[in-house]
Design a protein around this ligand. Structure first.
Ligand code: ZN
Length: 233
């Protein structure tokens, strides 16, 4: 058998990667609302159930719109850049009102936004579970040890460097045979674990998967929000 044969897909067939239930649909990771059209040709896709798919979509819309509003300093459809977000805010004005309500000024007169943290966390967990399943063939249905998200603008230079570099280790782990990480390593001529950032769409979405200590998934949304999820082994 050719070890480069990708068997992770077969192993995952029959399971929603978010809840473990019976899948009846497929889901983009990240979901389309975080990307601009035209979509890149190779957006990761995972099996999911319709219940999960539907239950996440309003939260994903909220996060996509919130990010765009914060980046542009406004919750008005005319004043945001991304076409998809303009459209959502126009069709669903109450969402814009809800986001705008969180807009306030701090003690120094700087614009700050109140964030519905649970909704952001829900979306980050979904993204991390999708990447874990797609990239390594490791569905992670349990709760992680760590989940965090922070805008780049409030990170120190040191925090930013640590985040961008990921864990530093002199002993890279070898990927499981048949996983996407293994295949990309074989193609590049080294059988070391692929540790580079993977860009789904420039300036919209990139992610990073590492297994040096447990399983670490990092994501960057709109080059603004740095997200991190860790499951310890
Ligand atoms: Zn599900």
């Amino acid at each position: 058998m050719d070890p480069r044969h990708l068997f992770v897909d077969q192993r995952l067939i029959g399971m929603c990667v978010y809840c473990g239930g019976t899948p009846n649909t497929r889901d983009h990771v990240p979901s389309r609302v975080f990307l601009d059209e035209p979509l890149p040709p190779d957006v990761p896709v995972v099996d999911a159930c319709e219940d999960c798919n539907n239950s996440f979509s309003t939260h994903e819309q909220y996060v996509a719109c919130l990010l765009e509003c914060v980046i542009n300093g406004s919750a008005e459809p005319d004043e945001v850049e991304r076409y998809k977000v303009k459209k959502i805010l126009t069709e669903n004005p109450s969402l814009g009102v809800r986001i705008a309500k969180g807009r306030t000024k701090d003690d120094n007169g700087k614009l700050v936004w109140k964030v519905e943290e649970d909704r952001v966390k829900t979306v980050i967990m979904k993204l991390a579970r999708g990447h874990a399943a797609f990239q390594l063939g490791l569905p992670q249905l349990g709760e992680p040890e760590e989940i965090s998200f922070v805008p780049f603008v409030v990170m120190s230079d040191e925090q930013r460097t640590t985040f961008e570099q990921g864990p530093t280790s002199s002993a890279p782990l070898w990927p499981e045979i048949g996983s996407r990480a293994f295949i990309s390593a074989v193609k590049s001529g080294t059988v070391e674990y692929e540790r580079d950032w993977l860009t789904v769409q420039a300036s919209r979405y990139r992610y990073f998967v590492d297994q040096t200590e447990g399983l670490l998934i990092q994501m960057v949304l709109s080059e603004y929000l740095a997200c991190r999820v860790v499951w310890l082994a």
